[in-house]
Design a protein around this ligand. Structure first.
Ligand SMILES: [Zn+2]
Length: 205
């Protein structure tokens, strides 16, 4: 905790004065172009890996970058996504999974969830990922299986997203673009899902 307080003091003394004008404008309101849905994992720092600034990204984080389907009880994620699309009118919605994800590990080893009622319950939103994983990937080594499931989970969450009527309308009106991404912690590289090849391909060459 002391490290956090010392960090905030340094922010007030050094970083904030250098950006006073930027924060002055931001205090008036926000107009982010992008909703970034990603995992709560501490190793993903969106503003670092995308080199974005305060005000650029509207961010929704939760274990496993989940977006519950329409008809599920309304929760924080559903409210955040709806607000971003309908009120802030973001033009892009990115669902970003990642390597070494604890939720994917739990999906692969459900026995480890004994006593974690909430996590077990949340995992139901991720379980359909299995249906996107083929026989070869299913029987592959741990890392390949993990990557295949993490990729698949991004597709599941995009499916879930599109179950919402207001998302279908926003897509039909051409005012929203959705993207499936995967971030590799070891290399720092992002892949994006390519509809044409049905594969995740490098976002930057
Ligand atoms: Zn994760």
């Amino acid at each position: 905790m002391q490290r956090l307080i010392a960090g905030h003091k340094r922010f007030l003394a050094e970083a904030f004065p250098a950006r006073r004008g930027q924060f002055h404008l931001l205090a008036e309101g926000q107009a982010p172009e992008t909703l970034f849905v990603t995992c709560a994992d501490s190793r993903i720092v969106p503003d670092l890996i995308l080199q974005t600034q305060p005000g650029d990204l509207f961010i929704c984080r939760n274990a496993g970058n989940v977006i519950p389907r329409a008809g599920e009880p309304a929760g924080g994620v559903s409210a955040t996504v709806e607000y971003a699309v309908e009120v802030l009118r973001v033009r892009h919605l990115i669902v970003c999974g990642h390597s070494d994800c604890g939720v994917i590990r739990a999906l692969m080893n459900p026995d480890t969830l004994t006593g974690l009622a909430n996590v077990r319950d949340w995992l139901q939103h991720v379980e359909p990922a299995w249906k996107y994983v083929d026989e070869v990937e299913r029987n592959a080594g741990e890392l390949t299986r993990h990557t295949a499931l993490a990729h698949a989970n991004v597709l599941v969450q995009l499916d879930n997203l599109k179950s919402h009527g207001y998302i279908q309308r926003a897509l039909a009106e051409g005012r929203l673009n959705v993207h499936g991404w995967f971030y590799d912690i070891l290399t720092g590289r992002i892949e994006q899902y390519d509809e044409g090849s049905k594969k995740f391909v490098a976002l930057a060459e």
